[in-house]
Write a protein that binds this ligand. Structure first.
Ligand SMILES: Cc1ncc(COP(=O)(O)O)c(C=O)c1O
Length: 349
């Protein structure tokens, strides 16, 4: 449309507050930002990456406390989920997981022609992980893969490590434990790798390290698993730039730890708010997100929040829960805006 002379030109910038993807809300700042800016000119953009990603794997190794030669870096952990299914899934094999859980397990199971066996969580005051049912399926099938998310997205709870050890001893299926939210829960199954050839631990820099846009995940397992997966991995699956930035951020672990504590405190404040509101039922979370339901129409609530420029995750049919909402922990001021808006919407203001 032509601008009419003399009318002037007003530009309104609307900032959407995104609390829908469990990202780290803090922008790069201080020393980290300065270092990242300098790196932009140092990366060899014209060269392919070094195929073994030794610098990145060394940095991941000292961060995770796990040998570098048993680590694979990926284009986000999504790529490593696909890689695991390409190797251990496929026709005539099963993919077992609880439901609800992270959607990419069943998505890539479908893509790879793997038969999906989802076991619903039980629901009392909180979600109850279906230990017996998953154990039973793991005993029944002898070829395939099990995905367990620890803590689980979106339910937020953690399965029991002693049950996991029992499962690993009972089955020859590959068991993938996705620790995308490890830094928020502080709990890991990493110590079980040594004694279990059928265990893969997945992690990502997308959540705690705020690197979702650059796509860096990693996987830890025994040597034979790592060798098998490296055989099918694309040689240059992480860009030079992403690998360099990842190494840099891992060097600032202490700074990030402060953010994780703050995000944890903010999650507790959000839970306190949700618990106070009698029209809301929420589920305790060990991640940087909280799943909740209301006695109203969740879709309408999601839309009304959007009108107020707040984006949260909505499901119209989340397994046993039906309609459901999930809010990610944002910056303190974003969380305040979310609380105010949700309260006003529920009170019909
Ligand atoms: C449990 C879980 N695993 C993996 C991912 C994806 O991580 P990445 O960004 O490393 O692909 C997510 C993202 O939401 C997630 O919730």
């Amino acid at each position: 449309m032509p601008v009419q002379p003399g009318l002037g030109w007003k530009v309104m910038v609307i900032i959407m507050i995104k609390l829908s993807s469990n990202e780290n809300p803090y922008p790069l700042s201080g020393e980290v930002a300065k270092k990242v800016n300098r790196l932009a000119l140092e990366v060899a953009y014209n060269r392919y990456p070094e195929k073994t990603y030794s610098e990145l794997r060394d940095a991941l190794s000292s961060y995770a406390g796990f040998p570098a030669d048993k680590i694979i870096a990926g284009n986000g952990s999504d790529e490593l989920i696909l890689l695991s299914l390409l190797k251990y899934g496929g026709r005539d094999r099963v993919m077992i997981s609880p439901a609800p859980t992270f959607g990419m397990y069943s998505h890539y199971a479908r893509v790879t022609g793997t038969e999906i066996k989802e076991v619903p969580y039980m629901l009392e005051d909180d979600f109850i992980f279906p230990e017996d049912e998953i154990m039973e399926l793991a005993r029944k099938f002898d070829d395939g893969i099990i995905f367990l998310c620890y803590p689980n997205n979106p339910t937020g709870e953690r399965l029991s490590l002693s049950w996991l050890a029992e499962l690993l001893a009972e089955t020859d299926l590959m068991v993938v434990v996705d620790e995308a939210y490890y830094e928020f829960s502080g709990e890991t199954a990493i110590d079980l790798i040594e004694d279990n050839q059928n265990l893969i631990i997945l992690r990502t820099l997308s959540k705690a390290f705020g690197l979702a846009g650059l796509r860096v995940g990693y996987l830890m397992a025994n040597q034979s698993v790592v060798d098998d997966l490296n055989e099918i991995r694309s040689p240059y699956n992480v860009s030079n730039y992403s690998a360099k930035i990842a190494v840099t951020l891992l060097g600032f672990e202490d700074e990030y730890r402060k953010q994780w504590i703050e995000m944890r405190n903010e999650r507790i404040k959000l839970e306190d708010f949700l618990v106070e509101h009698d029209r809301i039922t929420h589920f305790h979370s060990e991640g940087n997100f909280i799943l909740f339901k209301t006695d109203g129409d969740e879709e309408e609530i999601k839309d009304k929040l959007l009108e107020r420029n707040l984006m949260i995750r909505y499901w119209n049919d989340l397994d046993i829960l039906g309609k459901a909402l999930r809010v990610s922990v944002g910056l303190p001021e974003e969380n305040e805006l979310f609380k105010e808006a949700l309260k006003a919407i529920l009170e019909g203001v």
